[in-house]
Design a protein around this ligand. Structure first.
Ligand code: NAP
Length: 316
């Protein structure tokens, strides 16, 4: 049985992930960690969730905490704390204030849950993955960022809705930056095992339109309802279930690269990996066409520059 913690639990993503994972059989306890100012709110959330879980005949142990010592024994700690994007903001606008939060939390996780896996949601997530890696001193296999898994789910939705087919028939993936420089791997996308290109010729699906819709998917939701909520929360829950159940699924997460993909190094980017209970088991080799490869290199340049800028600010 597994104990996990969610930091920033009073926030939109944090509380939704807690509620989704409360029904996960293999998780014994979820610590909803928050700043002291949010403690009462967390207590209210837990009381409300307990009522909902009773309707499902589920007994989950949800514990409110503002004490780092309660992270002890956690096999996974999720960091969702940070300032979210408002309409018109890019994810990179959040980099320095959020890096200070992630740095502090990653240091505390290393102290109280030294064997845990850190999963980061806070944006800009690729930059934050490197910050958490450095602050924790963990092996890179245990520091993982969510970003392109959500983008991949969004791409799956766009394609399945266009073709009016079950989303389970679409196998696709987005890599690179969780941001403007994301790279949809359309060259290797298949529908029911058949390459996407075969369908595109017979329909009015425009690749440029798909890419633009994908890149603006998060901003479109934020402009209409103020925040993204269910998509990221379910994407996080997917990752956590895969890890705690040792399912060994191939999912796309941000990880610190040291030349494993196209020789890109010293930057965290989204790439497909095999996830297991120890974190990242293996990085999966990716085949890209020239257009995708060029965009992947551009993503690396952009995120590396942003990471260096944040590291310099933190050092000052
Ligand atoms: P939210 O509802 O505003 O919640 C963020 C939480 O962060 C707050 O409830 C608070 O939790 C904590 N927090 C806020 N300011 C803080 C500070 N100065 N110091 C420490 N903790 C602070 O935001 P959200 O929608 O859940 O989003 C959380 C983060 O995830 C944002 O950075 C957002 O951009 C990012 N995000 C990432 C993805 C992705 O795919 N990677 C998708 C969606 C959102 P407590 O008071 O409980 O501590």
């Amino acid at each position: 049985m597994v104990k996990i913690a969610i930091m920033g639990a009073s926030g939109t993503i944090g509380k939704n992930v807690a509620f989704t994972l409360a029904e996960e059989d293999s998780i014994e306890e979820i610590i909803l960690f928050s700043r002291p100012s949010s403690y009462e709110k967390i207590m209210g959330e837990i009381l409300d969730m307990d009522d909902a879980l009773a309707a499902e005949d589920t007994d989950a142990t949800l514990t409110a905490s503002c004490d780092y010592a309660d992270l002890e024994g956690c096999s996974l700690v999720l960091i969702t704390s940070g300032i979210p994007r408002k309409e018109g903001m890019s994810r990179l606008d959040l980099a320095v204030p959020n890096a200070k939060i992630v740095q502090e939390y990653a240091e505390q996780i290393a102290k109280y849950a030294p064997d845990s896996i850190i999963l980061i949601v806070t944006n800009p997530v690729d930059v934050m993955t490197t910050i958490a890696l450095e602050a924790s001193g963990f092996d890179k296999k245990r520091v993982i960022g969510l970003g392109n898994h959500l983008d991949s789910l969004r791409l799956k939705t766009i394609i399945s809705k266009h073709f009016h087919i079950n989303s389970g028939e679409v196998h696709t993936r987005v890599i690179g930056e969780h941001g403007d420089h994301m790279v949809p791997l359309l060259s290797s996308t298949t529908i029911g095992g058949i390459p996407l290109n075969y369908f595109v010729e017979a329909t009015d699906l425009k690749i440029e339109t798909v890419i633009n819709r994908l890149k603006s998917a998060g901003s479109t939701i934020i402009s209409k309802k103020g925040a993204t909520e269910y998509g990221p929360s379910y994407a996080v829950s997917n990752l956590i279930s895969t890890i705690v159940n040792d399912s060994r699924k191939i999912l796309t997460v941000s990880t610190y690269l040291e030349g494993e993909v196209e020789g890109v190094y010293d930057v965290s980017l989204g790439v497909p990996v095999v996830l297991c209970k120890k974190g990242i088991k293996d990085i999966v080799p990716v085949k890209m066409n020239k257009f995708e490869k060029d965009n992947f290199f551009e993503a690396a340049r952009t995120v590396k520059k942003a990471t260096y800028a944040v590291q310099n600010e933190l050092d000052d």
